[in-house]
Design a binder for this molecule. Structure first.
Ligand code: ZN
Length: 450
């Protein structure tokens, strides 16, 4: 079933509603969802009883702050104790038509069930994000995310695109650059989706594999996600010049839906787009206190699903850290905008300074063409904290002299220290040393102990 966009500006009219109006709808849907949880979810029934919570007192989104968080570990425990979908499942098995697996980097996968109605909700959430990214009904798209392993970048993205009236050509990242580029050259779809680093890699391979520059292959709009970096100006400019297309970022996560934050043509962060379908709170990751989403605010995203049937979650801690880049926009959307700075799980503490590896990546990308933009942190310590300088391996451009390399090494160390307040010891390696053949999702940290 495909839907039509509300206007040329956005997919759904609610994206442009005044905040008071969207809050009114959000509050109404929140009360309905809480009643649904209290009636259908054994996990939340027990949680409300243990903590002596009277949900009839929660009338607005502000009251959510009185309710406990849901932690990822609780969901893992619930899945282990009550297979296949945990005690938090809230729909009958006969109504569940699809199961997705989370792409978590640690531990075993998490599983999420969907009813037919949930698929529509995920599709509506995703349509708003991908429309903001520049995709339009009638487009045809090359699918550069992984299609397998139950990853939300696979089938759920196909479902969103079909809902929007867009043709998906589901080749998938695992098919490799050769296959994807040949399909692109044959079919010339005008839209492209994938992780930013993989799509850069694809474009770089185009002359060798299909004998044409990527910008001659007919792509008009690119949407990137699945790893941080797509919103960095240096990465966006690289993608746009290689492909001759617009490139915008989106963000989501399996536990709540597929994708639901989308960057618009202002290129200044991803909008919150769906107050009717979810709540996104910002908290201090250390104290759990709410943070107002004003420009410049930083915090961890906490989600509450509205209108979810099979695997609804209340105040789920994502461990995604964002910075708010704005609260109004030339595009007319009224939801605040964020940039993802990293995940708690990825954060390192170097001599007491919090550091997201993606911040170093940004600096290394900005130092093209002296670097290739490729880097890896060689973590020579257990856990996340170290008192020693951070070992950083960076690829230098081809044909660089020994003196040039010595200069580059000290330039990188100085830039990282002045921008991030972290001391590094840089080792330069030749072009092509770090780049992996599959290059679908890039690890910025390599563990060399443990
Ligand atoms: Zn905007």
């Amino acid at each position: 079933m495909s839907q039509a966009p509300f206007s040329d500006s956005w997919w759904n009219e609610i994206e442009g509603f005044a905040p008071a109006e969207s809050q009114h709808i959000q509050n109404r849907h929140l009360i309905e969802q809480l009643n649904y949880l209290a009636e259908r979810s054994d996990f939340y029934k027990q949680k409300f009883a243990e903590k002596d919570i009277d949900i009839s007192k929660v009338r607005t989104v502000e009251h959510l702050a009185d309710l406990p968080f849901t932690e990822k570990q609780e969901l893992r425990d619930s899945l282990t104790a009550h297979p296949p979908l945990g005690a938090h499942v809230a729909a009958g098995h006969a109504d569940i038509v699809q199961i997705q697996a989370s792409s978590g980097t640690t531990g075993s996968p998490s599983y999420v069930g969907l009813t037919r109605s949930d698929i529509d909700t995920w599709s509506e959430l995703g349509a708003r994000a991908l429309y903001a990214n520049g995709f339009r009904p009638g487009d045809r798209l090359l699918h550069g995310f992984g299609m397998s392993k139950g990853f939300v970048g696979g089938i759920p993205v196909v479902q969103i695109l079909q809902y929007m009236g867009i043709v998906d050509i589901p080749i998938g990242a695992e098919a490799g650059a050769d296959r994807l580029l040949r399909v692109q050259a044959d079919q010339r779809p005008n839209a492209l989706i994938g992780t930013p680093n993989f799509l850069i890699h694809l474009a770089e391979q185009a002359p060798k594999i299909v004998g044409q520059q990527a910008h001659d292959l007919g792509v008009r709009a690119i949407s990137v996600g699945g790893e941080p970096g797509g919103g960095l100006p240096a990465v966006r400019e690289r993608l746009e010049s290689l492909w001759g297309a617009t490139s915008r970022e989106m963000l989501g996560g399996t536990d709540i839906a597929c994708t639901y934050w989308g960057e618009c043509e202002a290129n200044d962060g991803m909008h919150f787009l769906s107050p009717d379908l979810m709540v996104a709170e910002l908290i201090d990751p250390d104290t759990g206190a709410l943070i107002a989403p004003t420009a410049g605010a930083r915090g961890e995203l906490v989600y509450t699903a509205l209108k979810r049937q099979a695997s609804p979650l209340l105040r789920f801690r994502t461990r995604d850290h964002v910075v708010v880049t704005g609260t109004d926009c030339s595009c007319g959307r009224t939801g605040y905008k964020v940039r993802c700075v990293g995940r708690t799980d990825d954060m390192l503490i170097v001599r007491g300074i919090n550091l997201f590896p993606s911040a170093i990546k940004q600096l290394v990308v900005e130092m093209r063409p002296q670097t290739t933009g490729e880097m890896v942190i060689r973590a020579d310590f257990e856990g996340h904290s170290t008192q020693r300088p951070l070992p950083l391996v960076v690829e230098h451009a081809g044909g660089m002299s020994t003196e040039g390399q010595a200069d580059l090494k000290s330039t990188i160390e100085d830039r990282v220290r002045s921008a991030l307040n972290v001391k590094t010891i840089v080792e330069l390696v030749p072009d092509g040393t770090l780049k992996k053949p599959d290059h679908i999702k890039v690890a910025l940290v390599e563990r060399v102990v443990g």
